[in-house]
Design a protein around this ligand. Sequence first.
Ligand code: AMP
Length: 244
Amino acid sequence: MDQPPRGAAWIRGGRGECEPDTAPARVYRLVLLGAPGAGKGTQASLLAERLGACHLSTGKLFRAAPELGPCDHTPALAAALEHMRRGELVPDPTVLGLVRERRGCLGCRGGFLLDGFPRTMAQAEALDRILTAEHVRLDAVLDYRLPLDQVVARLGGRRFCASCQAVFHLQARPPRAEGVCDRCGGRLERREDDRPEAVRVRMAAYEHDTALLSQHYRRRGLLRLVSAEGSPEEVYARSLLALA
Ligand code: AMP
């Protein structure tokens, strides 16, 4: 039987056998932090492609929910999607329930890049407990920093593919044909939570909750600050330097 694509277990909830047969030469277990629009997702895709670690995004999980079968549409998931549409954080118990169901992904021999999780201190503390139970340790936490005016400009131009979730940007990473995904030909859409009113709510949530996470990981000697200014390749090169 064909092996499911990498990351299938994360999206489907631990039922996909998607671990690579052999571990990459160096296994990375990383958390990526940064304001919405700082480019965490883009960096996570590049790092996953080139370092072999699996890209685990809680936002991607929620955005993929409409594609899941009817059995996966729990009331908690429906409520989570409502929060997301308004730009609010999904409540910790819902996020943690979903991550706990997928904890096997954190023990994957290929390593992982957590993107968008943890976002609150309660999530960070829960992650510490899950990692201990899985007998794995984080190697580093990359914290991408970008001035607010650039955050707003980046979010305004961002588009994603409704079919395969690939991310584009009207200026920085335009698709070859307007409104069409380069990878699968799917339709490109603006994320509902990239609307200006939702962006304001998301930035407030980020500043209130997520900034505390930097302190948590700095105290543990894991934090690496990375400037998110410039092209994705420039930021990628800085990410590698931060991991060296
Ligand atoms: P992202 O793709 O990481 O920007 O996430 C998109 C949206 O999904 C966020 O604005 C939240 O509504 C929700 N979300 C994703 N991850 C989390 C999380 N760890 N905690 C709470 N809400 C989350």
